[in-house]
Design a protein around this ligand. Structure first.
Ligand code: NAG
Ligand code: NAG
Ligand code: NAG
Ligand code: NAG
Length: 170
């Protein structure tokens, strides 16, 4: 699967977002931004290519997407398109709602702060494996785009924020 060449995008904007408290304006994450944020949220580096693949094919890296395609009327929320049938509480009463295993309101999974979405996605992955995502067998079970570029050392100006040294390899 040939995908867009995003690996050269740098992690720098994450520095801004996480450490300067400046709100992220774009709702569509750059892949390396997502990689950096996942890493900071303790996702193992070895899993990053897979999470990026899933986010790409589920939401095209858009945090605010609510999918409506499911036959039972259920919806999928956010970056990892998490179902409101089993994992989060939908904003309105629904027929299909069964559990809220992530103990979160679905709308919180649409936030620019991806912490809740990541925690919930990891819980799903632990319980059900990668096949919990329908895009996995077709798009993400094979050779994945490397994330190495996201973590490579950059020029001096990029390394100004010392807290990101570990992520950026300064
Ligand atoms: C929930 O209900 C409100 C008010 O009825 C409506 O405006 C909103 O679109 C509904 N949200 C969803 C996700 O269906
Ligand atoms: C979810 O939203 C409801 C109101 O709609 C609120 O009462 C509840 O505390 C929220 N739950 C969480 C986990 O934020
Ligand atoms: C993933 O790929 C491996 C090797 O090609 C295959 O054996 C396995 O069945 C695949 N898993 C899924 C869920 O598609
Ligand atoms: C920044 O790094 C790139 C390659 O990583 C290099 O080509 C470029 O010359 C560097 N720029 C500066 C100002 O050092």
């Amino acid at each position: 699967m040939v995908r867009s060449s995003w690996s050269k995008v740098r992690v720098l904007p994450v520095v801004w977002f996480l450490f300067q408290g400046i709100p992220l304006l774009a709702i569509r994450l750059k892949p390396c931004d997502l990689a950096g944020q996942l890493y900071i949220l303790d996702v193992p580096k070895s899993e990053l290519p897979l999470w990026l693949c899933i986010a790409e094919f589920e939401s095209r890296f858009n945090t605010h997407v609510v999918g409506q395609g499911n036959a039972d009327g259920s919806r999928d929320y956010g970056l990892f398109q998490i179902s409101d049938r089993f994992w989060c509480a939908p904003p309105n009463r629904t027929e299909y709602y069964a559990f809220n295993d992530c103990n979160v309101n679905c709308t919180h999974l649409l936030s620019d702060d991806i912490t809740m979405a990541v925690q919930c996605a990891r819980l799903i992955q632990k319980q059900q494996g990668w096949t919990a995502w329908s895009v996995y067998p077709e798009f993400c079970n094979g050779t994945l785009e490397t994330i190495d570029e996201c973590f490579q050392p950059h020029n001096a100006t990029d390394c100004a924020t010392s807290k990101m040294d570990e992520v950026k390899g300064c």
